[in-house]
Design a protein around this ligand. Structure first.
Ligand code: PLP
Length: 416
């Protein structure tokens, strides 16, 4: 998440109206109002370019991959493996062999827990943090129940930053993995991942970063970051649902046992024993989400065509503007005020319940998320049941934020 690492924007500065027009769902009317969509951290809307690419795949290329000699199967295979190459370049991986297609970030972490975690046992430790999404807690707890490996939890400061001193204290020769979120979905905090990786690698400990909330907002270069494992979800970065990536260093992926068994992940099957395919196919049993992978690659193309510098500029402006507008509302308290934040604002207004605030906003056509955001331990840390969360992206506008601020004033009066 280093803005200076952004690829140069060779394209002209995009026009916001044209960008918005490329997202059909942004034209949707909700209770008589054009939707103001601020639930991008839960899932983002999809541009025409992604929808058209999926449509073209199903209309012109649909066939199963890898196993056919016929032309359409070869077209589908080329498009699917091309998507892997595209994701590798998007993420700065050195090889497409390091890109495993999964159902999303959740499945990527479950895969890692079941496979990489298979050799963990009693006496071993995994470091997670108090700001993790449940997707980066529960798979490790399930592993803990099976193997006896212990979870150690990095605390969070009141601003919503990782307590790095505590993290350093928790690192020790029993630590088998550090598994932390890159950008917090509930708070927006951008974690200091370079320092975290350097500290862990200093003791020879591998690191998994949950990048579900990072890849929609900034370029990542995984080779340069030197992270061991990384995961993402396509649907949060303007691609289709039901697909994502687990990235791993090749030598680690090669050393890991297969996860699910079935077609495609094998080299040879007999009743006296089965040998397995090479990475990444070893971890992709059965017919994959072909259209999903191709759509995700189209989303990567779309993001880079907009240019990261414009995207980051736009999101910074929205975050600053929304923080200023919302801070004027009586009794509004922002949860998560780390200096390095993605465009996410979680908040509470006085004693009002987040659900009630969200319902008032919905009647005004404003979509926000309410609740614990799949981070119950974090909510417990703050002693709250949940928050209202407005999560912005490049297609949001200042005028939509004005509507949000007015809606919140109204909700505050109605619910007082
Ligand atoms: N990790 C983080 C930080 C998230 O925000 C989410 C979803 O909100 C996930 C993991 C899980 O993603 P998915 O449900 O797409 O697997």
């Amino acid at each position: 998440m280093n803005p200076t690492a952004a690829k140069p924007n060779t394209a002209q500065t995009p026009d916001l109206d044209l960008v918005r027009a490329a997202f059909p769902a942004l034209q949707t009317e909700v209770h008589g109002h054009q939707v103001a969509y601020f639930d991008n951290a839960a899932t983002s809307q999809k541009p025409r370019a992604v929808l058209d690419r999926i449509d073209r795949y199903y209309c012109e290329e649909n066939a199963n991959v890898h196993r056919g000699v016929h032309t359409m199967s070869q077209l589908a295979t080329e498009a699917y493996e091309g998507a892997r190459e595209r994701l590798a370049s998007f993420l700065g991986a050195s090889s497409s062999r390091q890109i495993i297609f999964t159902r999303g970030a959740t499945e990527a972490i479950n895969l890692l827990a079941a496979s990489f975690g298979a050799s963990f046992g009693a006496g071993d430790e995994i470091i997670v943090s108090a700001m993790e999404h449940h997707a980066n807690i529960v798979p490790w707890q399930l592993l803990s129940e099976r193997t006896g490996v212990k979870l150690r939890v990095v605390p969070v400061t009141d601003d919503g930053e990782l307590d790095i001193e505590e993290f350093r204290i928790l690192l020790n020769d029993r630590t088998r993995l550090v598994a932390l979120v890159h950008v917090s979905n509930s708070l927006g905090t951008i974690n200091p991942v370079r320092r975290i990786i350097a500290d862990a690698h200093g003791l020879g400990i591998p690191v998994l970063l949950d990048g579900a909330q990072a890849t929609p907002h900034a370029p990542v270069n995984l080779k340069e970051l030197d992270v061991d494992f990384y995961c993402l979800s396509s649907h949060k970065m303007f691609g289709p649902t039901g697909v994502g990536v687990l990235y791993g260093k090749a030598e680690l992926l090669e050393s890991m046992p297969p996860w699910q068994g079935g077609g495609d992940m094998i080299e040879e099957v007999s009743f006296s024993g089965t040998t397995f395919n090479e990475i990444p196919h070893k971890f992709e049993a059965g017919t994959p989400n072909i259209a999903g992978a191709i759509g995700m690659a189209a989303a990567a193309d779309y993001l880079e065509s907009l240019g990261w510098s414009w995207i980051q500029q736009q999101e910074l402006d929205l975050l600053e503007y929304a923080t200023a507008q919302l801070s004027q509302i009586d009794g509004l308290r922002i949860i998560g005020t780390a200096p390095k934040k993605a465009a996410v604002i979680s908040f509470l207004i006085g004693a009002t319940h987040p659900y009630d605030v969200g319902s008032v906003l919905d009647r005004l056509g404003i979509a926000v998320r309410t609740g614990h955001h799949c981070t119950q331990p974090l909510m417990k840390h703050y002693g709250i049941p949940g928050t209202v969360r407005a999560s912005f992206t490049f297609y949001n506008s200042r005028s939509e934020i004005d509507r949000l601020a007015e809606g919140l004033q109204r909700a505050a009066q109605m619910l007082a």
